[in-house]
Write a protein that binds this ligand. Sequence first.
Ligand code: BGC
Length: 787
Amino acid sequence: MKKIAIIALAALSTNGFAQKKKAVVSPAIHSEIVNQPVQSYQNNEYNTKRKSFVDALLAKMTLDEKIGQLNLPSAGDFTTGQAQSSDIGKKIEQGLVGGLFNIKGAEKIRAVQKVAVEKSRLKIPLIFGMDVIHGYETTFPIPLGLAASWDMNLVQQSARIAAREAASDGINWTFSPMVDISREPRWGRVSEGAGEDPYLGSQIARAMVYGYQGKNLADKNTILACVKHFALYGAPEGGLDYNTVDMSHTRMFNEYFAPYKAAVDAGVASVMASFNEVDGIPATGNKWLMDDVLRKKWGFNGFIVTDYTGINEMIDHGMGDLQHVSALAMNAGIDMDMVGEGFLKTLKQSVSEGKVSEAQITQAARRILEAKYDLGLFEDPYRYGSANDAQKEVFNASNRAVARNVAAQSMVLLKNDKNILPLKQKGTIALIGPLVDNSVNMAGTWSVATKHGSAVTLLKGLQESVGKNVKILTAKGANVEDNKVLEDVYAAHGKVVDRDSREPSLMIKEALNVAEQADVVVLAIGESAEMSGESSSRANIDIPASQVRLLNELKKTGKPIVVVLLTGRPLTLTNIKDTSEAIINAWFPGTEAGYAVADILFGKVNPSGKLPMTFPRSVGQIPIYYNRKNTGRPLDAALTDKCEYQRFRSNYMDECNTPLYPFGYGLSYTKFEYSELTVSKTNPTGNQSIQASVNVKNTGNYDGAEVVQLYIRDLVGSNTRPIKELKGFQKIFLKKGESKQVSFNITPDDLKFYDNNLKYDWEAGDFDIMIGTSSADVKTARINWSK
Ligand code: BGC
């Protein structure tokens, strides 16, 4: 085991106040933070060498072998022993497999690689993929939580550690980052992305690609990233997974495309096509999307893989039979077919019938071979991972310490009446909730490599974090959901919820008894892990009734209640908001869950997370997002704030227009005061730049970190423009009493947008420059920028 390295984080990141003393980061990882794409793609000499190697190989390949490179089966329950005898094993021998995913363990992977490089005619090594989404065995908070840290070094660091662990265990390709912008909390996959904002999403896309791919893809601890799901997967109608998407091109380019493009600009090695249709054609068969936009407009030169059976699913989309849809995908620019074997089964015939050209297939095979070359697999097919490497790297103490820190940094303090938090380390705490002693749910959704049961429960974390002066009593209080059938649906992929068979009233009675004996109740409620994630759409995003009932009963004891929210999505918290003194949104914190929650509750870390996605008051407000357009009949700002109805204005009769918690919102145990905003010039011209500044002062009683956010509004345009757009942020650390000047440099690039003709430029005129603590709480200065 590596020793835990303890260093001051000042240069790496500016976080909660306990950071100073207890920031933990491996120095090796610290030195790996990168700020530019991997070099190999940009270097002519390298490209020439790679081209001649791949040309020579392609010249030896039959059409079948080329098509074989495009085939990506899932290993499923395929095990090494079967490597020779199974269907997949035979295909590997025949050169009909390009890569494999869903296989875990360095030795297993080595044995399969051996089949490829010893038994197949051309000895071409395989690539091994996996959904390493928010960590490998060391599991970080779900990506939506990670985004809430607004700390790009931490985000990059988490991806770096994930890559190191995965690579040491034989994996060289991750199906991450998922960067689908979403304004749809009903859609369960918001948990896997960075939320609603194009700018924040783009920063995170870049940080993750850099983290996975490092400085050089051939290093044995770097892996190929795969940005997904291209494109627009986060905008399904009704929040229903896989559903139809239909949006204007200006919205695509201005809002939804930005993070995919940022990943491409960061040198991402692969792209995954999404399941949904775009402009009436499924993304997997959409030539405009893959070829015109991704390859030609953005210059992407890596390979494109389908999502799981994405080609076959075009049959149900109504695009034709397997041969037709496979040809459609190939002609659209798809290089690799995940699981469905449409390419394997039909492309040869399509070539003979003139429906697909062999040149197109050669080109796709070339891209797969180039990726293998970049990984260094032709030099050493076994370069990734060994039992020895994995033993040193996977789930080691240093990685886990970073995960604990990242989890604490991701948490968002939603309310804290009378400064009930942080809790004092004395007296009796009642820790109540259906998942307080449940480990498997703490990792959250899409944590395929995590070891079930290795995450620290809330109970264990609290018990170990408090001294002898604190007594912790515990009770379940409720099941996640009263209805067993529904609860079973929520407990997918082995993430069991330990259903209690007692009557709800008996469980509540036990909880009340525990609460009566305590000074404070810490109540963990919300979702179980698989209530969000793939195929986990919810029509109602309240906390389930069983848990709300528990909260309401506990309230009657008069004891102060701190809610620890477990969730993979924004929930409607309207019916619980006023029932508790404090709410800390912990998302799903990962393997160090219990410790990280304790760090926040007891103030070892001062919360500094900010919401990357709007929390609605009710489901009927969806889609609700901060960077909306004005209407021609906007509601007066004063009436909006008071939630007063006005006829013939754009407002609900039965609901406020404002969200419950806006984008960018999050409290701290301390207070930050913002001065008025100053700008260095109020009338800039042409390509000048200006500085917009505020002074931020920590006027509270704790040291702490604050995310200072810059928004801009373009007041008049040739196209309607959003009421504000995030254009920058800085996470600063201020000691108690300290103040800092925070300045943003603004150039015309920050004013650019795609107009109706998809021309990307800025327009002269008035702009509001806004800096503040959330999207709804800003200081403003108006400027006029002329050309
Ligand atoms: C998901 C992808 C994932 C793939 C492979 C699909 O169902 O949509 O995000 O990468 O499976 O596991």
